[in-house]
Design a protein around this ligand. Structure first.
Ligand SMILES: [Zn+2]
Length: 298
């Protein structure tokens, strides 16, 4: 089956009665209690926040998704071959090909040298990311901290693959693809934050770690608690939050995105360009990763 399609990821379930183009699999976002999702009589694995439904389950025509007592019916149709709809479905599928369907087993019990982690410094090249009051660029802060994280993890014996180690820009979807291609056990993206345009940039500053599914959330929690401990009362910790990012939306590999700090305040800029603090936070990220990798509870 090469035809591909996916449902928009922002919906709770396919909209009741909605008509969707046929794809080889579609995506279902479950609510927190939607642990048992049934499509056409098949059980579908659903992580806390969602899961994949394959063509085995979704067929052209009327489909019913059940989660607990709730049921939603939607209609799937095959777009005409070569049509715009078919091509755009194909394109989306290409972008998401990085992801396997089955969560990778947790590496507990493995030696560090048998564990691979992908470190992804956000942005790069012409994609600067956020800018500081003095015109410094997020991409540079991301890379600097990511290199310290890499060094820290390598010194502890882990295999580290970097999505970039210079000022280049790997295409967004190539980053999780790299994790898949390397059989990685985990993926950690490193960013610095900026508030939305309607917020006063001087008023917003905190650290947070984002994840999309429960396997990513466990990794995010381990890293976040070390970040919180390292920062103490010096920076607000917003905890682990849910985010549907290209690099966290990975059903196969536990993935998270660390927003180290906001660089849009003068204080944030100054502190984020402090090398000793960068090393300290990189160490916290590495500690969190090790906590996760060695955790008995998977
Ligand atoms: Zn960023």
């Amino acid at each position: 089956m090469t035809a591909a399609l996916l449902l928009a990821a922002a919906i709770a379930f396919p909209k009741e009665g909605s008509r969707l183009p046929l794809v080889s699999r579609c995506y279902v976002i479950g609510s927190a209690d939607a642990t048992n999702v049934v499509v056409q009589g098949h059980d579908v694995p659903v992580y806390r926040t969602g899961g994949w439904v394959t063509m085995v389950d979704v067929v052209p025509g009327t489909n019913t998704v059940r989660a607990g007592d709730a049921a939603v019916t939607f209609f799937v149709e095959q777009p005409p071959k070569g049509s715009g709809a078919a091509k755009s479905a194909e394109k989306k599928w290409e972008k998401l090909k990085y992801a396997g369907d089955v969560p990778r087993p947790h590496p507990a019990g493995k030696r560090p040298d048998a564990i691979t982690v992908v470190i992804d410094p956000g942005h790069g090249g012409t994609d600067t990311g956020a800018m500081t009051p003095l015109g410094r660029m997020e991409k540079d802060a991301n890379l600097a901290i990511a290199k310290f994280v890499r060094d820290e993890l390598v010194s502890r014996g882990y295999n580290v693959v970097m999505t970039r180690d210079d000022d280049s820009f790997p295409e967004l979807y190539d980053r999780p693809k790299l994790a898949h291609a390397n059989g990685a056990d985990a993926f950690i993206s490193i960013h610095h934050n900026a508030p939305p345009f309607d917020k006063d940039p001087r008023q917003v500053r905190y650290t947070a770690v984002y994840a999309w599914n429960d396997i990513g959330e466990r990794l995010a929690k381990a890293i976040n608690s070390r970040m919180a401990a390292a920062l103490g009362r010096s920076l607000k910790n917003n905890g682990v939050m849910h985010a549907n990012f290209a690099v966290t939306r990975n059903p196969e590999i536990p993935s998270c995105l660390v927003e180290v700090d906001f660089i849009t305040t003068p204080e944030g800029e100054e502190e984020c360009w402090d090398e000793a603090r960068r090393r300290k936070l990189a160490e916290a990220i590495a500690d969190g990763f090790r906590d996760w990798a060695t955790a008995r509870s998977k």
